[in-house]
Ligand binder design. Structure first.
Ligand code: 13P
Ligand code: SF4
Length: 464
């Protein structure tokens, strides 16, 4: 975890994805972006048909009934960047310790510069614990992250998501009713899922990635399962295999496959579960032989990375070190020098000798920020097209200014609350994860939270 100091202006400009997109859209830069509409304010999409908005997830189907953001008051839509910046600073100064602002690594720099903490989703939820007196936790990230912060914070603290349309398209790919239905079908194949077999293990342990709704965390909590992050997926799978003959892993097939493969599970024993097909599209025999059943979910940001991009980077930058996030498809992870969580990537770059060259396969806001913060290295995104996470990008400074000024006026808007019936089993699933491998107790101590294991030519980052 890093406590953010306002960066120097030239670093801020270099790190700003918003600025890159504006330069591209006005023809001042030769680069390209996946959606020219990214240059518009995200409020343009608050009133239109439901969707994730421009960016990497724009082609994904949004579930019916996903939260919508009401109209942002005009004054915030019309305000200049400089005015919003000043208003956010003033509101924060007025609120003082009554508010804590959390910024995910993938957030726009114009938002991150106002964050009290910046980090990955789990680090940020833990960072909120260091501010028990804050009445409000403003989570500049996506919906499931705000839910996790609500699970871990005190009942008196209000967790606020500045734009309610900031969901996560991957988390949305597994909904509770489809997973319940899958569970019922698995019960038909394996028999009573709560009864251990002769080896003392139950037939299936459900494992959900942190990138999932609180409802799914509650589902796994109720059914003997556990949550994992991209940092501890292997530890969690080991925990699950001690207790179960196989694992149902959702929503991200890639994190599940990459992790299980690194543990030696053969691909033939990792069938995919397509919720639109009977038995997920598998035969009962295939399921009987399964070790890891992979839900048919993926991240559209990380799906953009390809082996061709890695080969091009190696041709153009001899000696380049390629690091990708384990949400990337398996051939990309296999072709990279290392794969690891956002925290792993940050630490790998910080630990490298000056003059290193990195090609990074993760969200562009983090990559551009790392490039700006590390002028001693050459750092670039594997994907030449500027295409941010659609939903992270919906948190514009206008929404941050609005929620903060509402707090100053004594009003809490956009509160995210997890009901107790869901929260209790969801916390149980999180506690199992912590017991499986205690993660960092403090924001700066991330010992034991490293990369998805794979052969790597990189040094292990300090503290990873
Ligand atoms: P972290 O778990 O590293 O915060 O990543 C969240 C995410 O959305 C990755 O795509
Ligand atoms: Fe979800 Fe992918 Fe965006 Fe992360 S980067 S919030 S997994 S869509």
């Amino acid at each position: 975890m890093t406590i953010v100091q306002p960066p120097a202006r030239d670093v801020r400009l270099a790190a700003s994805v918003d600025r890159s997109i504006r330069l591209i859209s006005t023809g001042s830069s030769a680069g390209s972006t996946c959606a020219p509409e990214l240059a518009e304010g995200p409020w343009e999409f608050d009133r239109g048909p439901a969707g994730y908005g421009p960016g990497a997830s724009m082609g994904d189907v949004i579930p019916t009934g996903s939260p919508r953001q009401g109209a942002l008051p005009d004054e915030y839509r019309r305000a200049s960047d400089a005015e919003l910046h000043d208003r956010i600073r003033a509101a924060k100064a007025t609120l003082g310790d009554r508010v804590v602002v959390l910024g995910h690594f993938y957030q726009r720099d114009e938002v991150v510069e106002h964050a009290d903490f910046v980090g990955d989703s789990f680090q940020l939820a833990n960072a909120a614990l260091t501010k028990p007196d804050a009445e409000a936790i403003v989570f500049c990230g996506v919906h499931f992250m705000a839910e996790t912060a609500d699970l871990l914070s005190t009942p008196d603290q209000a967790v606020i998501l500045p734009n309610l349309a900031a969901g996560c398209s991957m988390a949305d790919m597994a909904d509770e009713s489809s997973v319940e239905e899958c569970w019922e079908q698995l019960e038909e194949v394996y028999g009573d899922l709560a009864t251990p077999g002769a080896d003392g293990r139950v037939p299936v342990i459900p494992v959900t990635y942190m990138n999932s709704s609180a409802a799914l965390k509650g589902f796994v909590g109720r059914n003997g399962g556990i949550v994992c992050t991209s940092s501890n997926a292997r530890t969690v799978l080991e925990w699950a295999f001690e207790r179960g003959q196989r694992v149902l892993f959702f929503p991200d097939q890639h994190l599940g496959r990459n992790t299980a493969k690194a543990m030696g599970v053969p691909l033939e024993q990792m069938p995919m579960w397509n919720p639109r097909k009977a038995l997920g599209g598998n035969s009962a025999e295939e399921l009987a032989d399964a070790r890891v059943i992979l839900w048919h979910g993926f991240c559209s940001v990380h799906r953009r990375f390809t082996v061709d991009q890695i080969e091009l980077a190696r041709r153009e930058h001899p000696g380049v070190q390629v690091i990708v996030h384990p949400e990337c498809p398996m051939p990309v992870v296999d072709a990279a020098d290392a794969a690891g969580s956002t925290d792993f990537i940050v630490k790998a770059i910080a630990a490298a000798p000056a003059g290193s060259t990195f090609a990074i396969g993760t969200e562009i806001n983090l990559v551009q920020r790392l490039a700006a913060e590390h002028p001693e290295h050459t750092i670039f995104c594997l994907d030449p097209v500027v295409c941010p996470c659609s939903t992270m990008y919906r948190i514009h400074p206008g929404y941050l200014a609005w929620v903060l000024e509402e707090l100053v006026a004594g009003r809490v808007v956009n509160r995210i609350t997890v009901p107790d019936t869901v929260a209790d089993p969801a916390r149980l699933a999180l506690e199992r994860m912590l017991a499986a491998k205690p993660p960092a107790a403090t924001p700066t101590d991330t010992a034991g939270r490293g990369a998805t294991p794979k052969a790597t030519r990189l040094e292990t980052p300090a503290g990873a």
